[in-house]
Design a protein around this ligand. Sequence first.
Ligand code: IMO
Ligand code: MG
Length: 419
Amino acid sequence: MKTDVVLGLQWGDEGKGKIVDVLAERYPVVARFQGGPNAGHSLHFDGRSFVLRSIPSGIFRDDAVNIVGNGVVIDPITFRDECENIARTGVPVKDRILVAKKAHLILPTHRLLDAANEAAMGKGKIGSTLKGIGPTYTDKVSRNGLRVGDILAEDFRQRYEKLKTRHVKMLRQMEYACDPDAEEATFMEAVDYLRQFTLIDCEYYVNETLKTKPILAEGAQGSMLDIDYGSYPFVTSSSTACAGACIGLGISPSSIGHVYGIFKAYCTRVGSGPFPTELFDETGEKLRKIGNEFGAVTGRPRRTGWLDLVALRYAVMISGVTDLIMMKSDCLDTFETIRVCTSYMVDGKETAQVPFDTYARIEPVYTDFKGWNSDLTGCRSESELPEAFRNYISFMEEYLGVPIRIISLGPDREATIMR
Ligand code: IMO
Ligand code: MG
């Protein structure tokens, strides 16, 4: 059996939560493979809404097993809050979630370091969610990190103290005023809570599973926030592309099946960094309002702009996307003209490639489409879609070289057309 992967192809917030929730019906196992509580995956069904941070979006499906994979960084405090919130609705979270022993732990001092780093960068800051993601992955790579499996060790407390001491030294050096002990007791309680879960050797579990069952791997963030291929340094600290699923779960590239790439019919970005098609006018404001583009985690207003096909084709290439999923085209229902960026002008030269230089002045070159000017939200089949809309998606399929298999026309599970 194969692992099918769901990835965000833009700057995050593409609607991964909804799609994983919809697809989870077909998969007995759903697994997160990177990122951490910087993610905010929104789900809407039966008139209820949830925002998931570290827990896979298969959690509300009765038969699905949900894995927090080894590539994830997990904050026991957020994890407990999230689990308790879901448990209140009657979901048996402890029976449905397995946590990889090799996933790294976010300590309260990692969050302080995140804040200290951002403060030190001043105007050049990344615009991090300040959940401790960067410092935790830094400790992982520099071989100082603590892993979930360590909480089972008798000397866990000593290991924690050792890492905390290191962090306190760094915070002092950065002259960052804070109380490193403030959340320690809460953290230790949350670690006790985490111990009640089944902690697994993820690589053995998933490979054993694949002998008889398919897995759905749920990405967080988006391709343009990838540590290698995103708009560095304005990125997150993990591999958000398809290859990250192999490392983050312990599976072979040959076990990857479908690669579902999700994109919104326009673009948003939260935090700093380049955004070639960004709109600073009332059109941008309108997109933000209609699309309700405010951070699910931080509440920050998201930057908005037209769809960027240059960046999207780049993301499709990096991950070998086999199936596209288009979100929120209903948000464009009332626009007279709909623009898509099909190339960039960089230093007076036209190019259809994403330039190396994050600071380059990029002028987007647009192709315009006449808007369909009708309400798509009620459409439940392909035949109900207006011709102008169908022309628009045919153009994108041609440009991207990949079929659009799912069109989402609203946040609810039901507002989905499968093609
Ligand atoms: P989901 O999974 C949107 C952005 C932050 C910041 C940069 C680095 O909901 O799509 P970090 O906290 O990782 O150090 O922040 O990445 N970012 C996201 N933007 N959606 C996300 O996740 C994001 N996770 C991180 O705003 O610019
Ligand atoms: Mg988000």
